[in-house]
Design a binder for this molecule. Structure first.
Ligand SMILES: C[S@@+](CC[C@H](N)C(=O)[O-])C[C@H]1O[C@@H](n2cnc3c(N)ncnc32)[C@H](O)[C@@H]1O
Length: 222
């Protein structure tokens, strides 16, 4: 729970609200919550896709809003792997924004403590997603959440690096992947990747099982 009320936070000028160091201090100390990056529909689809997952991987953590949601939802015998190199990444975040490892770790730790001994195990990977995939021991992943580099090439690289590790019937969730769809939002990179991979005849072995707002969930056929 953040200490500063929303009414007070909304009075803060954008220049201060977006200041990376001030945000890190606020998020790290629990004065403000991690910046919300997903809508209610996005969150619902992500948590539905995470149901029953024993091993989940999130690519792109930023301040931790989706990681905190996953920490609250995953079972205590599951693992959550959080991958982010932190710092500024213009293909991942608006200009001037940046993620701070110290602050995000503290926000996630608070979410785990709130589970009072019943929390999933969190493993941190402070690196680019394809670097982590290159050293991955081959363990199968039940949920892959792709929300890192939003350029087309970056999103394709995340997919091609991790796709092979998704278990039969496992799910992958793409964020910001519904630009131009009815009722959808998103960015060109992830939208192109999803359209090319899953909306045409190329979608072998995978199918779209849910989508809303900015989120597309695909499942590997068993
Ligand atoms: C849109 S934010 C993630 C938002 C987060 N999932 C949430 O809902 O709060 C994108 C993040 O991806 C990270 N990033 C950029 N390139 C990456 C890569 N190649 N691998 C992993 N993370 C990356 C950035 O540092 C940034 O924190």
């Amino acid at each position: 729970m953040a200490i500063l009320p929303q009414q007070l936070r909304s009075l803060t000028p954008a220049r201060l609200r977006d200041d990376v160091r001030l945000r890190a201090l606020g998020v790290g100390l629990g004065l403000i919550p991690p910046r919300q990056m997903h809508s209610e529909d996005d969150a619902r689809l992500l948590l539905d896709a995470a149901a029953g997952a024993r091993r989940a991987v999130e690519i792109g953590v930023y301040e931790g809003s989706s990681a905190v949601a996953l920490c609250g939802a995953l079972a205590s015998d599951s693992e959550l792997h959080l991958i982010d190199p932190f710092g500024a990444h213009p293909d991942a975040l608006p200009g001037g924004w940046g993620a701070t490892e110290w602050a995000t770790r503290r926000a996630v730790t608070r979410a785990l403590r709130a589970r009072r001994g019943d929390a999933p195990t969190v493993r941190w990977h402070v690196a680019l997603s394809h670097e982590v995939a290159a050293a991955w021991p081959g363990e199968q992943v039940d949920l892959l959440f792709i929300d890192g580099d939003h350029s087309q090439a970056g999103c394709e690289l995340d997919w091609s690096s991790w796709e092979c590790f998704v278990a039969p019937s496992g799910r992958a969730v793409f964020h910001d992947a519904r630009a131009g769809r009815p009722g959808g939002r998103g960015l060109p990179g992830p939208t192109e990747v999803v359209n090319e991979l899953f909306r045409g005849s190329a979608a072998q072995g995978w199918g779209i099982v849910a989508e809303a707002d900015r989120t597309v969930v695909v499942q590997r056929r068993a």
